[in-house]
Design a protein around this ligand. Structure first.
Ligand code: SF4
Length: 252
């Protein structure tokens, strides 16, 4: 498992351990009060707590197994999602206590999400796949409104949009350039893809992956040589290798 993924899994494990310790302490101290109401109550509350911790714990173990031994089918999908959804906000908080930048945790989350997706068998045809690119990939001084219609790009090649269009034509998949989450959601509603390859920064990808669930979203981080949201770049090889991965499986 690469270090980037280990970070997220490590923090999830730590959150679960803290949750178990604090929850156990609260349960233990409240048993006196609860047993005054009914002697069965402390046991009942304790069992519910243990079942919940157990379910989330199995989710984390399932993530680790899926990451270490990629298999064509991913088991315990719901438990994995529950573990991530439930523990992610706490993971960010605990990461900040240890001085781990939020961006690093988000990047690690994206890696884990991608690996889990790549280990699944997703049935796809070309028209089920959408590439969502951020507006900041377009040259800032380009006058053409490509968010309205990607065909407005004059293909001058000064920014990565031209090559993304070439990729979308080569693999016959949809491509859209969006200014934010609202437009992204609108396009997804219209096109109804079965899988999205999204290009964005750590923050937008993390929130996009979570907002779009259960729609699978593979995240590819953009590169920001001039700072955030300005003339950004993307590694096209990563986009093409994701396209090949999903389309070869779907068509094979
Ligand atoms: S390739 Fe050229 S025309 Fe197309 S969006 Fe980029 S700068 Fe504008």
């Amino acid at each position: 498992m690469r270090p980037k993924k280990r970070l997220f899994i490590g923090i999830l494990g730590l959150v679960l351990l803290l949750f178990f310790l604090i929850g156990g302490l609260v349960w233990y101290t409240s048993t006196v009060g609860l047993s005054n109401i009914n002697y069965i109550l402390p046991y009942l509350v304790g069992i519910i707590f243990l079942v919940f911790v157990g379910i989330v714990g199995i989710g984390i173990v399932a993530i680790v197994i899926a990451l270490c031994f990629p298999a064509p089918r991913l088991y315990f999908k719901r438990l994995i999602r529950l573990a991530i959804e439930f523990l992610y906000p706490a993971a960010l908080r605990i990461g900040s206590w240890f001085g781990i930048p939020k961006e690093r945790i988000e990047a690690s989350f994206i890696e884990v999400n991608n690996q889990l997706l790549l280990s699944q068998k997703i049935e796809l045809q070309n028209n089920n796949l959408l590439i969502l690119a951020p507006h900041c990939l377009q040259k800032a001084d380009c006058p053409y409104k490509i968010t309205v219609n990607i065909a407005n790009c004059h293909r001058c090649g000064r920014c990565p949009i031209n090559n993304l269009i070439k990729l979308s034509e080569k693999y016959k998949v949809s491509l859209a350039v969006v200014t934010g989450g609202t437009l992204a959601r609108k396009i997804i509603k219209e096109l109804k893809p079965k899988l999205v390859i999204a290009i964005a920064c750590e923050r937008d990808l993390t929130s996009g992956i979570q907002d779009m669930y259960p729609l699978p979203v593979l995240g590819i981080l953009n590169e920001r040589p001039y700072g955030p949201c300005f003339n950004t770049e993307v590694n096209l090889e990563k986009v093409e290798s994701a396209l090949k991965h999903f389309l070869e499986r779907g068509n094979g």
